[in-house]
Design a protein around this ligand. Structure first.
Ligand code: 1BN
Ligand code: ZN
Length: 323
């Protein structure tokens, strides 16, 4: 079906939806080209750099490659540099990578769409049961690489055929995943996660572009992933949650996009929402697991064995249908 434009018009029935939502509505969705083979290869490439822990060679190599890829697909690329204190109060350099894609047709000034994911990977495997294993870096096939890979494939598709109705910024956030490690026994600080998006949110008032809304992808590659309606997304960007989940169901991906509402998750979208950008987090959250996330989360098993092309395809097509 890829590459073939199919208009699906679905009448959504109230049955099966959350009881608090009574509306019955229609959504038009266009199935656009997206290659999960390509997205999968983008994950493999990121894993080949090694862990993308800030200040490591893998992190630098990955950042250089991301800039090259975005340029290759026609983006004008900007590096947003700054510094913020980490969990121990040490000031750390941060580099967010921003790819600007202009609209194909003259848009009616609705603002841009921001699509984002974090490209760093966690320095500690906090969820390992053996203490020594917590000192390993997370490989980050899902937690980091999957969201980046889907967005790189979106960028590649825009490069092949730009039919954008409004400008799109693809942003790869740095330093999302270096929040206070479980092994740290020092003074606990606030806001230690998502430093890249915190920097972005701080600078947003001084920037020229304005965003209509945003979509954050985090851990979007596992087999049988479940993306509930994350609580902060519902609180700050309800209309866009509705739009995205309806499109997902219309495309036949209701088994991934659950209508249950999850606990609020402090992810990059939270800081964008605080800055006034309505932003939705598509994140794999597993309520059956004690930590709330999949069993490989923040472990050495967050590797390519826990990536499934079918999930990448679902998320990629949903994102493409928004553009
Ligand atoms: C998501 C993936 N996050 C980290 N890796 C965000 C998060 C922060 C989730 C704190 C739980 C607690
Ligand atoms: Zn993480």
């Amino acid at each position: 079906m890829c590459g073939k434009k199919v208009i699906v018009c679905l009448l959504l029935v109230a049955a099966g939806l959350m009881s608090c939502r009574k509306s019955v509505g229609t959504v038009q969705v266009e199935r656009r080209a997206f290659s999960s083979d390509s997205a999968y290869a983008f994950i493999e490439q990121q894993l080949a750099f090694g862990p993308r822990v800030p200040l490591s060679k893998g992190h630098t190599d990955c950042a250089v490659w991301l800039v090259q890829q975005l340029r290759r697909y026609g983006a004008s690329v900007e590096l947003q540099k700054g510094s913020l204190p980490d969990y121990a109060g040490r000031v750390q350099p941060i580099i967010n990578i921003i790819g600007h894609f202009s609209a194909d047709s003259v848009s009616d000034n609705k603002g841009s769409i921001i699509l984002c994911a974090h490209y760093d990977t966690r320095a500690w495997c906090d969820e390992e049961s053996i203490y020594e294993d917590r000192l390993y870096n997370v490989p980050g096939a899902n937690d980091g690489a999957s969201g980046v890979a889907v967005l790189l494939e979106v960028a590649r598709q825009i490069g092949l055929s730009n039919t954008l109705k409004q400008p799109v910024d693809i942003v790869f956030f740095d330093y999302e995943d270096q929040g206070t490690p479980r092994i740290y026994t020092g003074v606990q600080r606030e806001n230690t996660w998502c430093l890249g998006s915190q920097l972005f949110a701080m600078q947003y008032p001084n920037r020229s572009e304005r965003y209509m809304y945003g979509v954050l992808l985090d851990m979007v590659g596992a087999p049988n992933a479940v993306f509930p309606r994350e609580m902060y997304s519902v609180q700050y960007a309800q209309n866009y949650v509705e739009l995205i989940w309806r499109k997902a169901h219309a495309l036949g991906y209701g088994r991934y996009f659950s209508d249950k509402v999850s606990f609020p998750i402090t992810d990059d979208h939270y800081y964008l929402n605080l800055a006034g950008i309505p932003c939705v987090d598509i994140i794999h959250y597993d309520s059956h697991n004690a930590a709330g996330f999949a069993e490989w989360w923040h472990t050495r098993n967050d590797d390519i064995e826990n990536v499934d092309r079918t999930t990448l395809q679902a998320v990629g097509e949903v994102v493409m249908s928004l553009l």
